[in-house]
Design a protein around this ligand. Sequence first.
Ligand code: ZN
Length: 385
Amino acid sequence: MIHSKYTIRENNEANILNAIISQKEISRAELSVHIGLNKASVSAITKKLLDDELIHEDRIGDAARIGGRKPIMLTFNGKAALTLSLDVAPNYIEGLIAYIDGKVLYETEIRGIKVSSDNVLAYIAEMVEKLTRHAEETPHGIIGICVAIHGLVNQDTILFTPYYTLPSDLKAQLEEIYPFYIHLENEANLAGLGEYTFGAASDSIVSLSIHTGIGAGIVENGKLRTGKKGAAGEIGHSILFPDGRKCPCGNEGCLEQYASHQAIYNELEQALALPDINSSVVIERYKKDDPIVQKALRTNAHYLSIAVNNLAVIYEPDLVVINSSIYSQLPELISILKGDLKGKFSCETKVANSSLKKKATLFGGVAKSTQNFLNIQNLKMNAES
Ligand SMILES: [Zn+2]
């Protein structure tokens, strides 16, 4: 395989940039030691990064840190570019525009809709127009749009969306319209990536997203484990009850037919004889000690504990993060779930609500575009919102 000089320089450039980001501030001499590159190369690369406005010379450091002259400290310019991040679900679209350091400029949502192949481009256009109105001037402008898809995505191609229809070549269609890098990724994968990059300090994370379906984003050192065709982490289609309820995937008895939010809503609509149950109704009734809702959510926590047990014995992650609009409001459900982890191999698994609240997927989109722009995979930053 031929590696060009350009590729090698780019890798060194990315390594230096990542060291500046992770150390918060660092001198050229410290960079040289940290990266193992000679000082002339470090100077040449940092000059290019300064010219590109990706880093700043912020202040004079302390001479005692490394000896000799007082060094000039280098810091990352997290405001060098902007990203757009969209979460396109079957019945809503959320979006935000953020700097590459995760600082959000504006976020909005379109709710009460039914997304399909026929209208998805129009909804995305509406969202992009709303977001770009809030763009600020930056050296590199908008460096990418990332679109979260609630279904199976393999290398930017949509393969299977069980609860709505989308064109498999959505990326190509978007590329004809927008002059930015376009990324498509499964929403649970992005939630995991968002959590890794902007949330938890852990190096190996499984993020369990519970919405219409259930998916897991598996991230190790910034790399998503997607499998050969993108189906790794489709934990919603692990079988909870053999010969149980039919699932659009073709199986019977899949976890998400019993433990997704939609499954809870369907069950409660029947049990309470009420139409249009949503997470607000569920949370309110749970807090008012409605016995039917309390039982349904306890059962849900038990089912999810089985999913967490299965993930723990397969991946042994540092942390399992729960992304759910219900669990984020009712943290005691996390305690119930943990209490049901009784197995020797799963009882010590750390389980927590996402620190990014409802925004893990959108932050994952920011992370995806920024990883690509900076050529840094194990990118970790502190989110501000
Ligand atoms: Zn299934």
